[in-house]
Design a protein around this ligand. Structure first.
Ligand code: PXL
Length: 280
């Protein structure tokens, strides 16, 4: 009998504006994994809406520890531990303790080092939180940064991000910490009109690229959608290059569909009608 891989997903729940848990949970379920939410915070809406200081925010740091303690009592085991947007620097210590309790030999740890976009950290990401995120990401089997996050991880100036293939390969290798972790870098473009991801696969020690047609728009939450498809595919047994291909293609199709639908970009991509494409 086939048993669904089990994933601990450490994410916030934003009630409006598709991102984090409202994307991760449906995608992982559609791809055949059991997703166990470990909520970091509950927000009325993600932080990219105008006047985001009006959003209501419930910090769930102590709830995370109590949830982990209950899961330990239940003897729960995980095939993967996946973290994304975090509410505070204290939550990083909790995740490190979570690894000690729940990370087995075969557990695949994915850290999406969510910290910012377009060259700027998100409003709630202090320098301390970014430094701790860098430490957490050092313990990952795989990371999925965008360019802003890659620059923060490497402590490079965003203005200096490479644009040629060799420069990007150099960043991928540096981000891999001498081949210790796999890396999937999003928002990579090698020629006009194309965008996708560059990756370093630690199992083969090779770099590669997956590209799709570049749509003329940017939507919040696509990083969460992308990382979730990579993870769902890996849990189905795909190798990293194939998982990245699927994620690049899926995000491009969701963006193209949303542009046609004409809904506000801030609400995220209309991925719901496309979920069936992820079912294997
Ligand atoms: O998609 C990343 C993300 C997750 N969660 C919240 C966010 C963002 C990005 O803005 O605001 C609450």
């Amino acid at each position: 009998m086939e048993i669904a891989p089990r994933i601990a997903a450490i994410q916030d729940l934003s009630g409006f504006g598709r991102c984090s848990m409202t994307v991760v949970l449906p995608v992982l379920s559609a791809m055949g994994s059991q997703c166990c939410p470990l909520l970091t915070a509950s927000l009325s809406a993600h932080t990219a809406f105008p006047a985001s200081d009006k959003a209501v925010f419930l910090d769930l740091t102590s709830w995370m520890e109590r949830t982990a303690a209950h899961w330990a009592e239940l003897g729960v085991r995980f095939d993967a531990i996946y973290s994304g947007f975090l509410g505070s620097a204290d939550q990083i210590g909790i995740i490190e303790r979570f690894y000690q309790q729940f990370r087995g030999e075969q557990t695949w740890v994915l850290v999406d080092p969510v910290m910012g976009d377009h060259g700027k950290p998100y409003r709630t990401y202090t320098p301390d939180l970014c430094a701790k995120m860098r430490e957490l990401a050092e313990r990952a089997d795989c990371i999925t940064p965008n360019w802003t996050e890659a620059a923060l991880l490497l402590e490079e100036d965003y203005a200096c991000v490479p644009t040629c293939r060799e420069g990007i390969q150099d960043w991928l290798e540096r981000l891999s910490l001498q081949g210790k972790r796999s890396v999937v870098l999003t928002g990579v473009s090698l020629e006009p009109g194309q965008v996708g991801a560059g990756y370093f696969d630690r199992t083969t020690g090779t770099t590669g690229f997956a590209m799709a047609h570049q749509e003329p728009a940017h939507f919040p939450g696509t990083g969460d959608l992308f990382a979730s498809v990579v993870l769902g595919a890996m849990m189905r047994g795909d190798a990293l290059p194939g998982a990245v291909e699927q994620a690049v293609g899926f995000v491009q199709r969701c963006v193209a569909h949303t542009l046609k639908a004409g809904t506000p970009a801030v609400e995220g991509v209309q991925f719901e009608p496309m979920l069936k494409d992820l079912m294997g």
